[in-house]
Design a protein around this ligand. Structure first.
Ligand code: NAP
Ligand code: MG
Length: 404
């Protein structure tokens, strides 16, 4: 069989632990036999980050700016324990944080659905994609534990000599205080990424804040989205047959629960943090959650939403059989290959990505799955647990049949 050709390389970001093992299995069994895979390889595994003083992470992000599409394996974000375990000279920053800062992107998370695993919300039929604004607000807030009676003020001193001063509260006793901010440029990027992704995936976009209460802060988010939509995207949305819909956050929550799914829900930072955990749990499993970082000028970095699955890795190192779910990592590859195919006009590559995903779904529908999913399957559907390589080989068999 002739291998499918590529034009532009994908930026390949390798990672750590169990997902690094899966990464190689996926390439060997599901990609290299079928695709003349072109990648520019960056090893973001912790030993290489240590060796390069984390320069490799920065290089991989810059390569993504250059080529436009990356696929990333899960990586360890070092903490104190990892510094000891890997003998690190520094507690290197989260690679995802570094990449996000360079790409200035928004993270979109969507669950992979199969018939046999029913969402906790009965009427959800299609995936709900959460777009989380991953900048500012409470995550960058300044806080103070007010110890005694006293006055709290909000003070802004402008470079132009202007001043804004207002009393927040005249404390008659102790209490708590917090100062949050966000930037116009970041809110604008967030809006562009969301509109862009809605067009890419041909899904409606919902956005919600609490602008009735937060008349300057949240109102700015609302107005920025509306202005950018009217100016740059309204005509394109009409043409694509999709809509942009704004509502209050409490109304949005109620509508989401009553909906069938099938749209993108853009959330401010905190809402996105909380709601993405709720939505992913209600749909089934973190191991079935895909994730893509989209920059406002249309660069894409695909990955799984889960981490490096450390507990399974330690068992793997002891020679024990592991049944780690590779679905989200396979979908990171298929997502990246599809996008590369679209950008380069390679319909064979796009078709390959579609068939790879179909082969995964067929395998699960045939009841062949990793251990984590078996417990989630509804009564009456087949479900047999296999190990990771057994699962990947079952996908390969179906993929070969589809490509023949
Ligand atoms: P995790 O790797 O997502 O795993 C947490 C638990 O979830 C696992 O122990 C496992 O449960 C289950 N799980 C997650 N993915 C699974 C899969 N594909 N198949 C089967 N089960 C799966 O989170 P963590 O243990 O908190 O973090 C481990 C490392 O990953 C940390 O060093 C962290 O820094 C890193 N991390 C990286 C990213 C990223 O690169 N995007 C994201 C999050 C965390 P059972 O053990 O019960 O089977
Ligand atoms: Mg969270």
């Amino acid at each position: 069989m002739k291998k499918i050709q590529m034009k532009t390389p994908l930026v390949e970001m390798d990672g750590d632990e169990m997902t690094r093992i899966l990464w190689q299995m996926i390439k060997d069994e599901l990609l290299l036999p079928f695709v003349d895979l072109k990648t520019e390889y960056y090893d973001l595994g912790l030993p290489e980050r240590e060796k390069t003083k984390d320069q490799v992470t920065i290089d991989s992000a810059n390569a993504t700016l250059k080529y436009g599409v990356a696929v990333k394996c899960a990586t360890i974000t070092p903490n104190k324990q990892r510094v000891e375990e890997y003998n690190l000279t520094e507690m290197w920053k989260s690679p995802n944080g570094t990449i996000r800062a360079i790409l200035d992107g928004t993270v979109f998370r969507a669950p992979i659905l199969i018939d046999s695993i029913k969402p906790a919300v009965r009427n959800w039929k299609k995936p709900i994609t959460i777009a989380r604004h991953a900048y500012g607000d409470v995550y960058k807030a300044t806080e103070h534990r007010v110890p005694c009676k006293g006055k709290a003020e909000l003070l802004f001193t402008g470079e132009d000599g202007s001043e804004f001063r207002e009393t927040i509260y005249d404390f008659e006793c102790g209490g708590v205080l917090q100062g949050q901010y966000n930037k116009d440029s970041s809110i604008e990027s967030f809006a562009h990424s969301c509109f862009q992704y809605a067009l890419d995936t041909k899904q409606d976009l919902w956005f919600a804040t609490k602008d009735t209460i937060s008349k300057k802060y949240d109102q700015t988010f609302k107005l920025t989205f509306q202005e950018i939509f009217d100016r740059d995207y309204k005509a394109k949305f009409d043409e694509a047959g999709i809509t942009y819909f704004y509502t209050l956050i409490d109304d949005a929550v109620a509508r989401v629960i009553r909906s069938e799914g099938g749209y993108i829900w853009a959330c401010k930072n905190y809402d996105g943090d909380v709601m993405s955990d709720m939505v992913s749990t209600a749909f089934g499993s973190l191991a079935m959650m895909t994730s893509v970082l989209v920059s406002p000028d249309g660069k894409y970095e695909y990955e799984a939403a889960h981490g490096t699955v450390t507990r399974h890795y330690y068992r793997y190192l002891k020679g024990e059989d592991t049944s780690t779910n590779p679905m989200a990592t396979i979908y990171a590859w298929s997502g990246a290959l599809r996008k590369r195919g679209e950008l380069d006009g390679l319909s064979d590559l796009v078709t390959f990505a579609d068939k790879l995903e179909e082969a995964c779904i067929d395998t699960l529908n045939d009841g062949i799955m990793t251990k984590d999913l078996v417990g989630l399957v509804s009564e009456g559907y087949p479900a047999t647990a296999v190990n990771s390589i057994g699962f990947i080989k079952a996908i390969r068999k179906r993929l070969e049949a589809k490509l023949a």
